[in-house]
Design a protein around this ligand. Structure first.
Ligand SMILES: Nc1nc2c(ncn2[C@@H]2O[C@H](COP(=O)(O)OP(=O)(O)OP(=O)(O)O)[C@@H](O)[C@H]2O)c(=O)[nH]1
Ligand SMILES: [Mg+2]
Length: 324
């Protein structure tokens, strides 16, 4: 007879007790979203501690996974229990690379947990899944929690910007510094890494970055506390620079603590998560309203009997009269 499926509570207890398979199952629930994910959110909220959340982003192929792999090895050696959430494995390249890392490390070390996360089909998308996955890792005793994202779009900026410490990885010869500036990454970066420093042009990237940081300093875009993101030269593939990267990440956390900024970041993170949840809930309400109660207004707008604006206002009024 097949074993009965374990409940979310049972899986959660097992994951907290160190069962990796249970944690893997819970992360799948996180990806899917829905009621089970909500129940899990409540449980993890109760137990989440104070793990250091580190976001790592940068253009595809910059060497993020290689660097993260090095950092994880170092952290495990130092007696820590790191976890990694690799977001956006939709590109086959990334998925493969991450999966490779994951197998290597999961086999190799019981003290690290690496997981790539797909959120296709999850209506709330990354905005809901990432914070929950982070909280779950934290509740299971993983610290730090490293989030690797690919690319320099708005989603990445949001994900990485919500971390305690945001690391931006660049490489020589791709106009990376300019790209990052355009994408708004300069404002969210707490530590810069110029990776592939074994290649020509690494110093040019460093110089470009330095100039841009000077400029943002002059235009007052930078942190009032006077924090200036350090630029670390690294060659992750050779294991050069990873120690310095981590010491800068730690130094940044210390800076957050010294200035009280750590609490401010946490508040910002919660606010962002609540906003995403609200937006998600409201958009579901909107769909429901158009399908059911508001079908009439919608039809009248469709045949141009009333304007879309008018239909919207009527629907809103109708909604506000109902008990939410
Ligand atoms: N020369 C050189 N190559 C590197 C270095 N670090 C990584 N690479 C290579 O760059 C390629 C991409 O590395 P990844 O670590 O997969 O890069 P990534 O940023 O995680 O890539 P995506 O997740 O696909 O965006 C691999 O072939 C690595 O071996 C480095 O320091 N020097
Ligand atoms: Mg990668």
């Amino acid at each position: 007879m097949a074993k009965p499926k374990r409940t979310v509570e049972e899986l959660y207890a097992a994951a907290r007790g160190g069962e990796r398979r249970a944690l893997g199952r819970l992360l799948t629930i996180v990806e899917r979203g829905g009621l089970d994910a909500d129940a899990l959110s409540e449980l993890a909220h109760r137990d989440a501690g104070n793990a250091h959340i580190v976001g790592i982003t940068g253009s595809p192929g910059a060497g993020k996974s290689t660097l993260v792999g090095r950092l994880v090895e170092d952290l495990v050696k130092a007696g820590k229990q790191p976890s990694v959430l690799a977001v956006d494995p939709s590109s086959p390249l990334t998925g493969g690379a991450i999966l490779g890392d994951r197998i290597r490390m999961e086999d190799g070390d019981a003290n690290a947990f690496i997981r790539s996360m797909a959120t296709r089909g999850h209506s709330g998308g990354l905005a809901l899944a990432v914070p929950l996955a982070v909280r779950l890792f934290d509740a299971c005793g993983y610290d730090p929690v490293i989030i690797e994202t690919v690319g320099v779009g708005q989603v990445e900026v949001d994900v990485v910007g919500a971390a305690d410490t945001a690391v931006v990885v660049m490489t020589p010869g791709m106009g990376d510094a300019v790209q990052a500036n355009k994408a708004g990454l300069l404002e969210v970066a707490d530590v810069f890494v110029v990776n592939k420093a074994d290649r020509p042009g690494a110093n040019d990237v460093r110089r470009d970055l330095d100039l841009m940081l000077d400029l943002s300093h002059m235009t007052g875009q930078q942190d009032e506390s006077g924090y200036r993101p350090p630029i670390v030269m690294a060659s992750a593939i050779n294991g050069d620079g990873n120690e310095e990267v981590w010491s800068m990440v730690e130094a940044h956390r210390q800076h957050l603590r010294d200035t009280g900024e750590e609490q401010a970041r946490r508040r910002h993170r919660i606010r962002t998560e609540v906003r995403s949840r609200l937006a998600q809930a409201l958009s579901e309400v909107a769909e429901q309203l158009m399908d059911e109660g508001g079908a009439d207004q919608l039809r009248r707008a469709e045949v141009a009997e009333i304007s879309p604006n008018h239909a919207t206002n009527e629907l809103l009024n109708q909604l506000l009269k109902e008990d939410l």
